[in-house]
Design a protein around this ligand. Structure first.
Ligand code: NAD
Length: 559
């Protein structure tokens, strides 16, 4: 960082004063490319896939802008061909984690003194790079390393992340414009300071866009970051870091450490400078982080109260009313349940269908499942790739075994991990609405259906609301508008993202701010001003242009 001092001459100490004068380019959602046969994007992606698959990346840690190779490495493999090694990443021990904390703390003074516009420019440039030359690179890394199809990679690693990097600067600008009232003789200003300390970003395997957003949203607001990506998404994490470097992110602003998550987290969370945690992943891990921070608060370890932002698990529902369109409902179940192998936090995994509609919906869904090709995502005819790793395979197998004994598997139910971690798309029917497959997050291509009596609509609304501890996404399918209204009201607390006649996945930045409550997280809505607010600590500055010159008040004089 100090090496850059002086090269950049855009320090604005009270940047809020300039809000309204400068405007970021108005954000517009990125357009997903089609990848049709013969298209240039398809050719570019195929080239990137071939060259990345033929190489082995040597992935270091990045601490203070330096590449750190510890020599303790872990292979990066393709989930759909686990014998194929894409590279190795170096793992961090507690000393490396501490070095990353120190680097982040050291970089804060300079980075947080940049005007927000100067910081925004880095991420706007990153968006531009990702929309063009880096697009095939990040898509290919996501397809090979996380087993996404071309379309799933495109909506995640390209479009969603481009949107995060274009919309967040716009939201930062809106936040800067939020200013208090001033009266004659007094000027009040709110200064949106970075948190004092550093932010720890911990990211999941399933979305490259989340891996990109969690460290960069706090960084945009002036924070410096220690970033721990998931061990099963290291190829795309590496490409992300390189992209940010190419966009001009100064050394030390984001420090990447990978390896044993518990050991790294214990070291990082022990720092008195911990100012916030930006987490996405499972509920159990976020609980652990929260408890560790709680212990730290109890021990008066931290200089300030760390902000805890976590988006966690889901058990997302589709509720059909008897007036629903069977074909639209079936497509929503098939796409919402099985795209990306059901490994989206928002994936539809419990469905409630009235008896009158069920035979036709069931047969349509099964027809679509039979048409879904599973295999290597580099083959563009593939609809489903593999699940992420062997533990995921075993976890899902356990649920399937349970379903064999206590429910009815209508289609699928097979696991084959010989070459890749393949789980066939599975439709389960249960007669017990509180069966564990209706309650617990499986995180695989398994949809469980409960068929309700058409006359039990009100009871079913209560059932949907009360069955699972999560409250992330949910959908109602109905042509009857009154039924839509009833569901919207009865399920107010059951989902942070509620869909009417649409599948519960596929939130778009700027259009459906994303996040859920209950055990699904703190609902700080990624990709919105609500999220950015968590990464600033406002300072109010009152300036008096005419300070009083007498300590006595006028009313004190004798009449
Ligand atoms: P995970 O909880 O296994 O891992 C998430 C991150 O936490 C990884 O970086 C991992 O290395 C780290 N981690 C694991 N153990 C840890 C520990 N003991 N201490 C500190 N960090 C630890 O989750 P995953 O398998 O990568 O992702 C799937 C989960 O993420 C699902 O539960 C899914 O619902 C959730 N998710 C939620 C959202 C959302 O917006 N709500 C989005 C994506 C994923």
């Amino acid at each position: 960082m100090p090496a850059r001092r002086g090269r950049y001459n855009a320090r604005v100490t009270s940047s809020s004063a300039f809000a309204g004068l400068r405007r970021v380019p108005p954000p517009v959602n990125d357009t997903n490319l089609g990848y049709l046969p013969g298209s240039p994007e398809r050719a570019a992606l195929k080239t990137a896939l071939a060259s990345m698959a033929a190489e082995q990346a040597d992935i270091p840690l990045f601490i203070g802008g330096h590449e750190v190779r510890t020599g303790h490495t872990v292979p990066v493999v393709m989930p759909h061909d686990h014998g194929h090694v894409l590279g190795h990443f170096h793992t961090a021990g507690p000393t490396d984690a501490q070095a990353a904390v120190d680097a982040a703390v050291a970089a804060r003074a300079e980075w947080s003194s940049w005007s927000w516009e100067a910081r925004a420019a880095v991420f706007l440039r990153a968006a531009e790079l990702l929309a063009t030359t880096w697009r095939p690179v990040l898509n290919a890394a996501t397809m090979l390393g996380q087993s996404k199809t071309a379309v799933q990679a495109e909506i995640d690693a390209a479009s969603e992340l481009i949107d995060f990097w274009r919309f967040n600067p716009f939201y930062a600008q809106q936040l800067q414009a939020e200013q208090p009232l001033s009266s004659h003789g007094v000027w009040n200003q709110l200064e949106y300071r970075a948190l004092e300390g550093f932010v720890y970003a911990v990211t999941p395997f399933n979305f490259t866009s989340i891996a990109g957003n969690l460290p960069t949203a706090p960084a945009l607001m002036g924070n410096t970051v220690v970033w721990k990506p998931a061990s099963t998404a290291m190829l795309s994490a590496y490409c992300l870091y390189r992209l940010l470097e190419a966009a001009g992110l100064p050394p030390g602003v984001i420090n990447l450490v990978a390896g044993d998550p518990a050991a790294i987290s214990d070291a990082v969370l022990a720092s008195p400078h911990l100012a916030g945690v930006h987490f996405t992943g499972s509920t159990a891990v976020f609980d652990r982080i929260w408890s560790t921070v709680g212990e730290g608060v109890k021990a008066a370890r931290y200089r300030s109260y760390p902000r805890l932002v976590g988006e966690t698990g889901g058990k997302d529902f589709i509720l059909a009313h008897a007036s629903a369109d069977a074909q639209e409902l079936a497509v929503a179940i098939a796409r919402g349940g099985f795209e990306y192998q059901g490994q989206k936090c928002s994936a539809a995994s419990r469905v409630y269908v009235p008896r009158s509609l069920w035979p036709s919906v069931r047969d349509r869904v099964i027809g679509m499942m039979d048409d879904m090709r599973m295999g290597d995502p580099a083959d563009f005819r593939t609809f489903l790739g593999a699940v992420i790793d062997r533990p995921a395979c075993s976890r899902i197998s356990g649920y399937l075994e349970d379903a064999r004994q206590h429910a009815t598997i209508l289609r699928g139910g097979t696991v084959d991990d010989a070459r890749g971690y393949f789980v066939s798309p599975t439709l389960v029917e249960t007669t017990d609405p509180r069966y564990r497959l209706m309650q617990e997050e499986i995180f695989g291509p398994v949809v469980t259906a409960f068929v309700y009596d058409d006359t039990h609509w009100d009871e079913t609304l209560r059932l949907v609301d009360g069955t699972s501890p999560y409250a992330l996404t949910g959908a109602i399918f109905a042509r009857d508008r009154a039924a839509v209204g009833q569901a919207q009201s009865a399920l107010r607390d059951a989902a942070g993202n509620f869909y009417i006649n649409d599948k519960p996945t596929g939130a778009v930045v700027g259009q459906q701010p994303f996040g859920g409550a209950r055990r699904s997280g703190t609902n700080d809505k990624a990709g919105s001003m609500l999220n950015l607010v968590r990464w600033v600590s406002a300072r109010n500055v009152k300036e008096n242009f005419a300070p009083p010159r007498d300590h006595r008040y006028p009313y004190m004089s004798e009449a």
